[in-house]
Design a protein around this ligand. Structure first.
Ligand SMILES: NC(=O)c1ccc[n+]([C@@H]2O[C@H](COP(=O)([O-])OP(=O)(O)OC[C@H]3O[C@@H](n4cnc5c(N)ncnc54)[C@H](O)[C@@H]3O)[C@@H](O)[C@H]2O)c1
Length: 329
């Protein structure tokens, strides 16, 4: 299949591009390299283009004529989106609208979208399944929900098949440390932040836990961490199953196992043999206390379930960041 991947030079995108190529697909990446890295796409063809640039996007599509699109390109921090709403709506919503317009014009038949558990906000019931109401608590979550709705509308009008994949917390790296996440001093994701503190890297040598008064066994927030290789595999399985009349709408991608902030830090201490200093800070606004997936629909629709456990996630992240120090610059 000819697959165009937006955001393919980023974290989840680069793992997916590698898998697509290994599976024999023809792949082209579109990425403006705001957070992505040229080296992450390897030998794959890369167009350094902003998805908001309609005419440049049109030229890429006319030249490649993809059968399918996997759309990762976006800004992804809930926290940052509270401070910069208009850029988030511009990149995530206007960018997706442009992309859909080009897809409709050039007859793209399959579309896989990186949505997020941020669509649920704080779920009323966990594990949360796809029938739960969308109640985003940040502009970032709002943009993801709006994109899901736009994709559904375009699909209805054009007959395009689509899957809106709602990821929980992507983490981990390649087993051989050949690919992983880049997390500089501004990173907010717990695992890279914890790795930085464990290695004594700025901005903070102490690791802050935001809130220890949640209604959870140890009082810290519960999340669902999913290995990036498992996520990448889900995209291929979704793409391959999107045929016939299938329009599958939202599908959760998580392990379905809640992990507390303290538990993650404990596993990192085991893996690294080090104990960073930990302090408790107040809860952060817009941070759900409990959020983990019911991943049953992904199993029923695509035959997908996560294979890598928490220890594997933490060990590969630790190996990657310690073997590739540039990943923390
Ligand atoms: N990482 C997670 O835990 C997580 C969880 C839920 C959803 N998601 C979603 O998955 C997708 C990928 O996330 P990631 O963690 O790989 O992030 P990432 O920042 O590593 O990748 C995003 C990629 O998009 C590119 N990009 C950004 N704006 C662009 C634009 N205007 N035009 C072209 N390219 C642009 C970036 O350069 C980068 O390569 C995002 O849509 C994100 O919202 C991620």
């Amino acid at each position: 299949m000819k697959v165009l991947v937006t955001g393919g030079a980023g974290y989840v995108g680069s793992f997916t591009v590698r898998r697509l190529l290994n599976a024999g697909h023809e792949v082209v990446v579109v990425d403006n390299l705001t957070t992505g890295r040229r080296e992450a796409v390897g030998a794959c063809r890369l167009h350094v283009v902003d998805i908001r640039d309609l005419s440049a996007m049109g030229a890429v599509f006319e030249g490649f004529r993809p059968d399918a699109v996997i759309h990762f390109a976006a800004l992804k921090s809930s926290e940052e989106s509270l401070r910069d709403i208009s850029t988030y709506f511009d990149v995530n919503v206007t960018g997706t609208q442009n992309l859909l317009a080009v897809c409709a014009r050039t007859g793209v038949r399959r579309f896989v979208f990186s949505s997020s558990c941020a669509v649920y906000g704080t779920p009323q019931i966990c594990p949360v399944d796809e029938s739960a109401p969308a109640r985003p608590e940040s502009p970032y979550g709002e943009t993801k929900y709006l994109c899901e709705r736009m994709i559904a509308s375009y699909a209805q009008a054009t007959g395009m098949r689509y899957a809106n994949l709602r990821y929980f917390n992507a983490a981990g790296a390649a087993d051989d440390a050949s690919l992983g996440e880049h997390a500089g001093p501004g990173a907010t994701q717990l695992l890279p932040v914890a790795v930085r503190a464990t290695l004594g890297l700025p901005p903070s040598l102490t690791l802050r836990i935001f809130g220890d008064d949640y209604p959870t066994p140890d009082g810290t927030a519960l999340r669902d961490y999913i290995h990036v290789e498992d996520l990448a595999r889900a995209h291929l399985q979704a793409l391959e199953r999107l045929d016939g009349e299938d329009r599958c709408g939202p599908v959760n991608l998580g392990r379905g196992h809640p992990v507390s902030v303290r538990e993650l830090i404990d596993v990192l201490s085991d893996v690294s043999g080090k104990n960073p200093e930990v302090v408790v800070a107040p809860r952060r606004p817009g941070d759900p206390g409990l959020s983990w997936a019911d991943p049953g629909l992904a199993l029923r629709r695509f035959g997908w379930s996560a294979e890598r456990d928490l220890h594997h996630i933490v060990r590969t992240a630790w190996d990657w960041h310690t073997r590739v120090p540039a990943s923390l610059e």
